[in-house]
Design a protein around this ligand. Structure first.
Ligand code: AVI
Length: 354
């Protein structure tokens, strides 16, 4: 009867998102089932996202690299000797290398901290970099930002946080401000800096192409969230049953082949929304071991019924207007001090100070 107590939080979030239809931020009428964004980033998802960053249509990465290449001297002028550079969510480090190369030549005593929730990619990529740069010390910190960042407030050294890749766009502006305020309070002292990559609003066709590439890597990336759900559910059921490896008879919740990926861009809010769409009517039965949890979350043990065409919301990717950096600054206790842009004005790097 109390088995739901042993159910991991991600499973309760999955059940809650699938059983209740919620309003998207800034959307007055659309109610959707949803899945948590983190489901996009298992090992397979990280690999697919890395492939996305090399696609010709996914201009964000190339624009960020262009800004880093063009304005690198101005950028590193903001980062003093003997200071800490702390990157939130480091992924493949392809872009960070540009910054590190310049710092390695022009500065002494800089320590680069990479913070990520995923231990493996973090150590692999950092090890190689640490070999190359002789004037920079490297530290990999694995954990949530909350766990890790508090440690920095006490340090006497100046700090520059990096939040690149327009990851801020995966949050609504109010959630981004909450996230940043928390970081500002926990980790920064006056004059510390944070550099944030922000993708700009632009021709909707360019944005739609970036999220609907011709090789369909994005489709694979978004649909992989369903396979990830299946793995999590199968593992949880196996654990609840007390067996060591998931039974082959339990393959999770979804038949992934019965879904496709669809997305839409709204020019007014600047939001690209990604959804997983049911290709036919389906009835999804909850595993017996999870029924108590399902009931405690939504009040019934009913099967999950999806109608053909029904959408499960998975990801927002916001694009920002010209005044957005000021709004972000105001909402999170920072001042916006510099903006660097690529030649097409597609993408900006923004320096904020506490
Ligand atoms: C990680 N994040 C900023 C990417 C984005 O553009 O929202 C993830 C992504 N989703 C689809 N393509 C890339």
């Amino acid at each position: 009867p109390d088995s739901h107590k042993r159910v991991p939080p991600i499973v309760t979030q999955i059940i809650d998102g699938l059983t209740t239809r919620k309003r998207l931020p800034e959307d007055s009428n659309q109610l959707n089932r949803s899945l948590p964004l983190v489901l996009l980033y298992d090992d397979k998802g990280l690999e697919l996202f890395d492939r996305i960053t090399y696609l010709p249509e996914y201009y964000l990465t190339n624009c960020e690299i262009e800004v880093l290449e063009t304005d690198i001297q101005e950028i590193i002028a903001e980062i003093p000797d003997d200071s800490d550079v702390i990157e939130l969510g480091c992924g493949s480090l392809r872009k960070t290398q540009l910054l590190l190369e310049a710092l390695d030549q022009a500065r002494s005593g800089v320590t680069y901290y990479a913070i990520d929730v995923m231990p493996l990619p973090l150590h692999e990529s950092l090890g190689a970099l640490a070999q190359r740069f002789k004037n920079i010390s490297f530290v990999a910190l694995c954990g949530t930002y909350d766990e890790v960042l508090t440690h920095f407030k006490k340090a006497a050294r100046r700090k520059t946080l990096l939040w690149l890749g327009s990851s801020i766009g995966n949050y609504s502006t109010s959630d981004a401000c909450k996230f940043l305020s928390n970081i500002v309070d926990r980790a920064l002292v006056p004059n510390d800096a944070i550099i944030i990559g922000m993708d700009r609003k632009k021709d909707p066709d360019v944005i739609m192409d970036a999220y609907h590439d011709s090789e369909k890597v994005t489709d694979e990336f978004e649909l992989n969230a369903l396979a990830h759900v299946n793995n999590i559910i199968a593992d949880t059921v196996a654990t609840l049953k007390g067996s060591t490896s998931p039974e082959p008879s339990i393959d999770g919740l979804f038949d992934v082949s019965k879904f496709d990926y669809t997305g839409e861009y709204d020019e007014v809010t600047g939001r690209h929304s990604a959804y997983l769409r049911a290709l036919e009517d389906m009835v999804i039965r909850w595993p017996r071991e999870l029924l108590a949890t399902v009931k405690s979350i939504c009040g019934s043990e009913d099967d999950l019924e999806l109608k053909q065409g029904e959408l499960i919301f998975i990801e927002s990717s916001y694009k920002f207007g010209k005044t957005a950096p000021e709004m972000v600054a105001r909402g999170s206790g920072l001042t916006h001090s510099v903006e660097w842009t690529d030649s097409r004005g597609f993408y900006t790097l923004n320096l904020f100070r506490k």
